[in-house]
Design a protein around this ligand. Structure first.
Ligand SMILES: NC(=O)c1ccc[n+]([C@@H]2O[C@H](COP(=O)([O-])OP(=O)(O)OC[C@H]3O[C@@H](n4cnc5c(N)ncnc54)[C@H](OP(=O)(O)O)[C@@H]3O)[C@@H](O)[C@H]2O)c1
Length: 346
């Protein structure tokens, strides 16, 4: 077993790490780090546990450490707030730790892989130049923004048709805002047409990096032009995106659906423990996907797509959905670490 640490262990994403790592065949939660507010407390006292699965008793008794590397194991997952993740993650990487992070701070750095194992496993080669560029003896690998991941996975099998333009409007769950997140007065019975922290820009830039190709040690972003509008809706879990696309070639609906249904990647080939059998599940029902029914599919790791039809403005339109704290955060990072383990990078 490989001991792992969790930075930001008390947050929404940190809780998902703890839940998903329970019973993991390779990784064992051995260290928890959070802010000075939590350090020194038992995890059960430091954390407002918000998941439907009960808190693991072994973890509940762990004393939370400060967010410093001294006692942390080599592999550390990060669910740190982005306002502090920059400095803390760099300090861990400098001390030789391998950080597999959810935070946005290093995603667009040229030597930091922004990884979805099904989409761009070859981007891990960026790590070769990371040590010299950043003066770290360890590494940082990141996973994408929780809405960008849904878009990137849905678009990945369509690259073969010559992706040109994408419009996306998201309906994002409240768990995406952490805990306590958006005040109930603001979100109940409401739609908020703005998500702070550069959410739209993240979708527009991260997706292009993930779909891009490595060329001479750096990523050439995919040329697709993306325009995103992000909204917060009163849904607990699951980010939905309504998407229109323009393609250079003119595939029919059957070819697009076939591309989604037959799409497989390294996690499926290597049978990684957190890999969904199919990264993309296309549903024929005209009222799907729905967060309440589809976000938790295959342990929250599959992206569900539906409603493919002609778009009178671009070429095609569809609806995509993914679980934001699993495929969009903790589950994504664990899958990244599983791929790194199989590639001998841990
Ligand atoms: N929620 C999602 O769907 C989602 C998806 C993808 C990515 N992310 C990213 O993942 C990260 C965590 O998100 P979240 O929703 O889990 O946020 P959250 O619930 O607010 O949790 C934030 C965590 O950061 C810790 N923290 C805050 N200030 C700190 C400091 N000065 N030093 C050390 N630790 C500190 C908190 O510890 P205390 O409890 O001790 O304050 C807590 O464990 C963010 O960067 C977010 O953008 C979130």
């Amino acid at each position: 077993m490989i001991d792992v640490g969790i930075l930001g262990a008390t947050g929404m994403v940190g809780q998902q790490f703890i839940a998903l790592l329970k019973g993991h065949p390779w990784f064992r939660t051995a260290w928890l780090g959070a802010s000075e507010r939590s350090a020194g407390k038992l995890y059960r006292e430091a954390c407002a546990w918000r998941l439907p699965s009960p808190l693991d008793e072994n973890v509940a008794r762990v004393v939370v450490d400060a967010a410093v590397p001294d006692r942390a194991p080599k592999l550390v997952f990060s669910g740190l707030d982005s306002s502090v993740a920059g400095e803390i993650e760099a300090a861990f990487a400098k001390s030789g730790r391998i950080i597999v992070s959810n935070a946005r701070n290093y995603r667009m750095e040229s030597t930091v892989p922004l990884l979805i194992p099904e989409v761009n496993p070859d981007h891990l080669q960026l790590l070769k130049a990371q040590g010299d560029a950043c003066h770290w003896s360890g590494h940082i690998v990141t996973n994408p923004n929780c809405a960008a991941v849904v878009l990137a996975i849905a678009l990945a099998p369509l690259r073969q048709f010559g992706l040109q333009k994408t419009l996306i409007t998201t309906m994002q769950a409240i768990s995406g805002a952490g805990y306590p997140g958006v005040a109930s007065w603001d979100i109940l019975g409401n739609v908020i047409p703005y998500i702070g922290g550069g959410e739209e820009e993240k979708i527009e830039t991260e997706t292009k990096k993930m779909l891009g190709a490595v060329n001479k040690g750096a990523v050439d972003p995919h040329p697709v032009v993306i325009s995103a509008t992000t909204t917060r809706v009163p849904v607990q879990n699951g980010h939905t995106g309504v998407v229109s696309i323009a393609l250079e070639q003119k595939p029919d609906a059957a070819a697009i659906i076939d591309a989604w249904r037959t799409f497989r990647g390294e996690p499926q080939r290597l049978e990684l423990p957190s890999a969904p059998p199919q990264p993309i599940v296309y549903l024929d029902e005209s009222n799907r996907p729905q967060p309440a029914l589809d976000a938790a599919r295959d342990g929250g790791m599959a992206v569900t797509v539906g409603r493919l039809r002609r778009c009178p403005v671009l070429d095609w339109k569809f609806v995509g959905l993914g679980h934001n704290t699993i495929r969009g955060a903790a589950g994504a990072a664990i899958l990244n670490a599983e791929l790194m383990h199989r590639q001998g990078l841990l």
